[in-house]
Design a protein around this ligand. Structure first.
Ligand code: FMN
Length: 315
């Protein structure tokens, strides 16, 4: 399926620069990546931008889009100009984050019930921005009809891309993505459109793709964290699912994280987060999760990973 374009959605706490680089070393199929969101860009040359996460020495500026969570046009412009200086071509605004501590402050998906606020913000952003500007959003925060007024606002501006995850914020990640509603919205949208949500297998991809034709850009999320072969499968470039590949990927990522953390067991948190998805690639996932979730020591983790790859099979 060569014409399909695939990206990997950002995951705070998982898909950081070490993850993206190790993933790319072991697996293919992803055309574009996004950073998990940045916040608090209070100054030019902000300290939180001088990190490996966005440093072009560790990232490919052609295929990575930095993301910001903000409702402040000045902050978004400050972020955009620093990204431009670093060589990036596009930034993405997070209007999808569902977590109450974010949404209650009218940020992330909590901004969707306020189209006038979005309009004022975008008007100021588009007056000055010098890189591409894309948005990732949901159907609404409390009600999926919120999207209609928001789309009228989006259509006033030249968004480089609009990624829609068809859930509402209040749902968090529960229930199902509303693919039917996404398809109904398609004729109302001017920006290049990207579908995101619940693509977990070749079958679910095919089923969603049929419903959202002619959209041909898809953002993968938990499905790819669970099955790192998924993008290659969709692109038709996965010929064998060799267990050595995920094994080497998990080891490489762990060793890379450990190097960065100076050998500290705090790396276990991020590795466990990944395993909470990756376990689904194996037979007996709950068995694997029981082994891994309680681990607090590096040695124990290393032994548990070896046991998983020795005693379990990929499904
Ligand atoms: C733990 C976690 C962290 C996430 N962090 C971000 C983030 O920083 N920015 C963002 O736009 N989306 C974030 N997302 C949402 C995912 O990128 C994606 O949109 C979501 O999982 C739906 O796609 P899926 O059904 O394919 O998983 C996060 C999701 C989870 C579960």
């Amino acid at each position: 399926m060569a014409s399909v374009k695939l990206s990997l959605g950002p995951f705070q706490g998982i898909t950081d620069a070490p993850f993206r680089n190790v993933f790319k070393k072991h697996f293919g199929g992803i055309d574009k990546f996004y950073t998990p969101f940045f916040t608090g860009i209070q100054k030019d040359h902000a300290k939180n931008m001088q990190v490996e996460e966005i440093d072009p020495r560790f990232n490919d500026v052609e295929t990575l889009t930095p993301q910001i969570l903000s409702t402040d046009a000045e902050e978004i412009l400050r972020f955009a100009s620093q990204c431009k200086e670093l060589g990036y071509k596009e930034i993405n605004l997070n209007m999808g984050c569902p977590f109450p501590r974010v949404a209650n402050k009218k940020r992330g998906s909590g901004l969707l019930p306020y189209p006038e606020k979005i309009d004022t913000m975008l008007c100021q952003v588009f007056e000055k921005i010098e890189v591409g500007f894309s948005v990732k959003c949901r159907l609404g925060y409390v009600n999926p009809d919120e999207i209609y007024s928001v789309l009228e606002v989006f259509n006033k501006y030249p968004l480089s891309e609009l990624i829609i995850h068809p859930r509402i914020g209040k749902q968090l990640y529960k229930g199902e993505a509303d693919v039917k509603r996404f398809a109904e919205l398609m004729p109302l949208i001017k920006a290049p459109l990207v579908y995101n949500g619940d693509i977990v297998s070749m079958e679910s991809f095919e089923c969603i793709r049929k419903q959202v034709q002619p959209v041909n850009e898809f953002m993968l999320g938990r499905g790819l964290l669970a099955n790192p072969f998924l993008a290659e499968e969709i692109k038709g470039s996965c010929h064998t699912k060799d267990i050595d590949k995920p094994h080497n990927y998990v080891i490489d990522l762990y060793e890379d994280r450990l190097r960065h953390a100076g050998g500290s067991p705090k790396v276990l948190g991020r590795m466990k987060e990944l395993w909470s998805y990756l376990m689904n690639s194996f037979d007996e996932p709950q068995d694997i999760w029981r082994k891994i979730k309680k681990i607090n020591a590096l040695r124990e983790y290393e032994e548990a990973v070896e046991t998983v790859f020795r005693e379990h099979t990929l499904i």
